[in-house]
Write a protein that binds this ligand. Structure first.
Ligand code: IPE
Ligand code: IPE
Ligand code: MG
Length: 221
């Protein structure tokens, strides 16, 4: 049976979900946050040590300003309203991405959440915000003095963390959209037609079960 250390999510399809319900794209994002909360709870139950969510890509700045502001308001609200519950659940929050380009308020609220949760042990929740994998890799190259694999990986946003064993992308597209290109080298990939707000604990459970009995070779036979 394969050990499961880390599950990464590309949570795609919020906008389409909102439209499908005859509402706005932003309504889909609102529902998407509820799914994140549920999936974190299930991940704790399933004893998954690390989960990563792609929240906002470095390319998502191309979206309409109204949608961008809504997304950052959602993130901000989440941390101001839910931080107590996050701490109670034993969640260690870790932000991956370039925070320097974000507004002052959101920047300090994200840093504060990391500080307040840094000793929590139940689960690590990585949130990729203003994250782009190509930039992450370039940044790590620039930062690494004695260039070897170990030193290089320490300079990725994921630092010494175990790489994702599973990548799940909802929303029907089979692409990585600049997410964890380095870290996903040997991940098992799961692409679902379901839109992110419809993704549920049962879907996660089924995938982890399938993963556990899959044959991982890492190049060997
Ligand atoms: C959510 O899905 C991903 C984010 C960027 C927050 P989308 O907003 O990309 O939804 P679709 O793919 O347009 O339906
Ligand atoms: C990927 O979704 C980014 C996030 C989930 C944050 P996108 O909707 O931005 O991806 P593309 O543009 O369809 O590849
Ligand atoms: Mg999308």
């Amino acid at each position: 049976m394969n050990k499961l250390n880390h599950v990464a999510f590309i949570m795609d399809g919020n906008g389409r979900w909102g439209k499908k319900k005859n509402k706005s794209r932003n309504y889909g994002h609102l529902k998407g946050v509820e799914t994140v909360k549920k999936i974190v709870k299930s991940s704790i139950k399933l004893k998954i040590p690390i989960v990563s969510f792609y929240v906002f890509s470095s390319e998502n700045w191309k979206r309409p300003q109204k949608e961008i502001s809504f997304l950052f308001r959602l993130i901000d609200n989440y941390f101001s309203k839910e931080i107590k519950s996050v701490i109670q659940q034993g969640i260690k929050v870790n932000i991956l991405g370039d925070l320097s380009k974000l507004g002052k308020k959101i920047n300090s609220s994200l840093k504060n959440s990391m500080k307040l949760t840094k000793n929590n042990k139940k689960i690590i929740v990585n949130l990729a915000i203003n994250y782009g994998s190509k930039n992450e890799i370039l940044r790590a190259f620039k930062k690494t003095k004695n260039l070897n694999l170990k030193n290089f990986e320490k300079n990725l946003y994921t630092q010494n963390m175990a790489n994702p064993d599973i990548l799940i992308r909802t929303g029907g597209h089979q692409r990585l959209s600049n997410f964890m290109l380095w870290q996903l080298a040997y991940a098992e990939l799961f692409f679902l037609k379901k839109l992110w707000p419809d993704f549920n604990s049962n879907d996660l459970k089924k995938i982890t079960k399938k993963y556990k009995s899959s044959k991982r070779n890492f190049g060997a036979v």
